[in-house]
Write a protein that binds this ligand. Structure first.
Ligand code: NDP
Length: 260
């Protein structure tokens, strides 16, 4: 049985990855800060919850992870949509801490085990890492930095059989991402996805993660940009019906339904 560590597993994409990998036979360690949510999900999938903050994680907290084949650095997110001229520096610090330094910290902690297992690291960055957009200064900067970290690490692992992949999702409709971005303003969060005909779901990204992780050990997918068909580019989002003939995929878990 292979072992996966997934940060940000109490919600959204991380939760989707944990559920899908567990269904596919992986032993899963789920990590995040909110105890009750994380423990409930872990119980449902026979996984192991480790309550931690990726920005402060220490070896003693991950002692239970004696072996690791896959690290998915998913903890992160966006705060605010302010123009640079009026941006909140505390929000930028927080985004940088979670998305970049959290990825750094978890990678440093688990790298020895990943080298021992000839394993795989998958960092969830964003299409925001590919260029700026209005109001995205802080998030784009943080995701670009997380992307740069991933690229440097891959090169530094020259001669070491560890795979390093960056997954860059476009619009993924998860229950909390936009809610957090807009400080709990549900109307504003809802408007992000209004009339978008099938944004990506957490499970879509989980399928990409699982596919990459289960490739043969010598196959390194460097990076994958994944967008919904409705979003041809960051600024080319189509709102309206796409006239799909196929029924939408059946969700395996509440993460796709926003049921909680
Ligand atoms: P969610 O807000 O649903 O999930 C974020 C997760 O990160 C939660 O489980 C949260 O758990 C965890 N987290 C946040 N801060 C910390 C911390 N300091 N320590 C430990 N865990 C933390 O967002 P998504 O699932 O939508 O996003 C997941 C990742 O994908 C993020 O990195 C995001 O930037 C990226 N992404 C999302 C896109 C989208 O459209 N949704 C698009 C592109 C990329 P807890 O609060 O319990 O700690």
């Amino acid at each position: 049985m292979k072992t996966a560590v997934i940060t940000g597993a109490s919600s959204g994409i991380g939760e989707g990855c944990a559920r899908l990998l567990a269904r596919s036979g992986w032993k899963v360690f789920l990590m995040a800060r909110r105890r009750e949510r994380l423990e409930n999900i872990a119980r449902e999938i026979n996984g192991h919850a480790i309550i931690l903050d990726v920005t402060k994680a220490q070896e003693v907290e991950i002692g239970l992870v004696t072996h690791c084949d896959l690290l998915v650095n998913c903890a992160g997110g966006a705060l605010g949509l302010d123009a640079v001229r009026q941006a909140n520096a505390d929000d930028w610090t927080s985004m940088f801490n979670t998305n970049v330094l959290g990825t750094l910290r978890m990678t440093q902690l688990l790298l020895p085990r990943l080298i021992a297992s000839q394993g795989c690291i998958i960092n969830i960055t964003s299409t925001a890492a590919l260029g700026g957009y209005e109001g995205g200064g802080g998030y784009c900067a943080a995701k670009s930095a997380q992307r740069a970290l991933t690229q440097s690490l891959r090169l530094e692992m020259k001669g070491v059989p560890v795979r390093i992949t960056e997954v860059l999702p476009g619009m993924v409709h998860t229950p909390e991402f936009s809610l957090n971005r807009f400080c709990g303003d549900a109307e504003r969060a809802k408007a992000v996805y209004e009339n978008v005909d099938r944004p990506l779901s957490a499970e879509d990204i989980a399928q990409v993660v699982a596919t990459v992780a289960e490739l043969p050990a010598h196959v390194n997918v460097d990076e994958i940009v994944v967008r919904p068909v409705a979003q041809r580019a960051q600024h080319a989002l189509f709102r309206g019906s796409l006239g799909w003939r196929e029924a939408p995929p059946v969700a395996h878990s509440p993460v796709n339904e926003g049921e909680r």
